[in-house]
Design a protein around this ligand. Structure first.
Ligand code: GLU
Length: 321
C-alpha cells in the first residue's frame, strides 16, 4: 500500500496536538531531583525533523531542558560505534527489565548482564565502556562530541542540574557498586557514575532531539549537517533498543497506542524515531508514575494517529511539499 502525506498535514497535526494539550495539567515535575522540581511546569514544545532536514516546530521547542535518560540512547550509540552490535549485546544486553528505570532488583534478578543500556544500570555500564578507558576527560569529550554529531549542535551542561543530581543520586551510587560487585562494570564505578550523571544534566532542546531522532531515522546520516554519524547497519539495533524499553515499564502500552519507538527522560523530553520518515521530539516537564512526560506522550501519540502513521503498518509512505 502506498501513501503520501504533505508537510502541511504534518504542520496541521503538530498545531492541533499543541492546542489540544497545552493546558493539560496532569502529571507532576520529577521531584527527586531538586532542580527538575522547580522548572516551569507549563513549558511545552514540539519539533519534527524530516529526513530531508526540514524542521517543523512549535512552542518551547528551543528551550534547553535536562536531557536526562534520553541521553542513554546517545551513549548506547557511542558504544555501538566504538564496539559494534555484538559487544553491546554481550556486555550489556538488549532486554527490557519490566521494572522501574532505577531498579536495583533488576540487577539482582539478572546478575549475569545488566539487560539494556536504556535503564540506569546498563547506561552506567555503557559509560564505563566509552573509550578512552580510564580517562574521564577523554570519555566526556567522546560523549559530548557524539551528542553534538547526532543533534547537529552542541548540548550545554546545566551546572545547577549536575550539582542537584550529584548531591542526591544515592540510588545510582548503589547501582554502580552493585555492578562492580558482579564484575559487570568496565571502568572505575565512581567515574562511570559521574559521567552518567553529567550526561543526564546536559541541556538540550526539542529541536535538537528531533534532529538526533531524524539521524537515526536516516540510517546514521544527520539530515541537517549531512554528516554520516554512525554506520547504517547499526540503525535497526538502535531502534530496537528504543522500541523495547523506551518508556520503561509502560513501553508495551506506548508502542501499542502510538506506533512509534520513543525514548523518554524525567526532564520531560520524549524523542521518537519513525525510520525513513522523521524524528519527533516533544518536551513538557510534568511526568507520570513511570517517569514519562504526560503532555509529550499525548502530543506524539496524537500526531501519529492523526497522520495514520505506524511503524508496524505495512505501507510505503512518502512525504511531499
Ligand atoms: N538522571 C536520572 C536518574 O538516573 C535519569 C532518569 C530518567 O530520566 O529516567 O535518576
Amino acid at each position: 500500500m502506498d501513501k503520501t502525506i504533505t508537510v502541511a498535514q504534518i504542520k496541521e497535526a503538530v498545531q492541533e496536538a499543541y492546542d489540544l494539550y497545552k493546558n493539560n495539567t496532569e502529571g507532576k515535575n520529577a521531584d527527586y531531583i531538586p532542580y527538575l522540581a522547580n522548572i516551569d511546569k507549563n513549558l511545552f514544545g514540539i519539533s519534527v525533523c524530516l529526513t530531508d532536514g526540514k524542521i517543523i516546530q512549535l512552542g518551547d521547542s528551543e528551550y534547553q531542558f535536562g536531557i536526562e535518560s534520553v541521553s542513554k540512547v546517545h551513549t548506547a550509540i557511542l558504544v555501538l560505534r566504538q564496539y559494534g552490535a555484538e559487544q553491546l549485546l554481550q556486555k550489556i544486553g538488549a532486554d527490557a527489565t519490566g521494572l522501574p528505570f532505577n531498579s536495583i532488583f533488576a540487577i539482582l534478578l539478572e546478575n549475569d548482564h545488566p539487560s539494556t543500556p536504556l535503564v540506569n544500570a546498563g547506561a552506567i555500564v555503557a559509560d564505563s565502556m566509552v573509550k578512552p578507558l580510564g580517562d574521564s576527560d577523554g570519555k566526556w569529550k567522546a560523549i559530548v562530541d557524539n551528542i553534538t554529531d547526532l543533534c547537529g549542535s552542541a548540548p550545554h551542561l546545566i551546572d545547577e542540574l549536575y550539582k542537584s543530581e550529584s548531591d542526591t543520586n544515592f540510588n545510582n551510587r548503589s547501582i554502580a557498586w552493585l555492578l562492580k560487585n558482579y564484575n559487570r562494570i568496565y571502568d572505575d564505578p565512581t567515574m562511570s557514575l559521574d559521567l552518567y550523571t553529567r550526561q543526564c544534566s546536559l541541556g538540550i532542546t526539542a529541536a535538537q532531539l528531533s534532529i538526533c531522532a531524524a539521524t537515526i531515522a536516516s540510517n546514521g546520516v544527520n539530515p541537517v549537517t549531512k554528516k554520516q554519524v554512525f554506520d547504517a547497519k547499526l540503525a535497526p539495533n538502535i531502534v530496537s533498543l528504543i522500541a523495547t524499553v523506551g518508556f520503561y515499564e509502560h513501553t508495551g502500552d506506548w508502542l501499542y497506542t502510538s506506533g512509534i519507538p520513543a525514548k523518554t527522560g524525567v526532564g520531560g523530553g520524549v524523542m521518537g524515531v519513525l525510520p525513513g520518515l522523521f524524528g519527533i521530539a516533544a518536551f513538557a516537564p510534568p511526568i507520570d508514575d513511570a517517569g514519562n512526560s504526560v503532555k509529550a506522550q499525548l502530543a506524539i501519540k496524537y500526531i501519529m494517529n492523526k497522520l495514520e502513521l505506524n511503524v508496524f503498518r505495512s505501507e510505503r509512505v512518502t512525504i511531499t511539499e
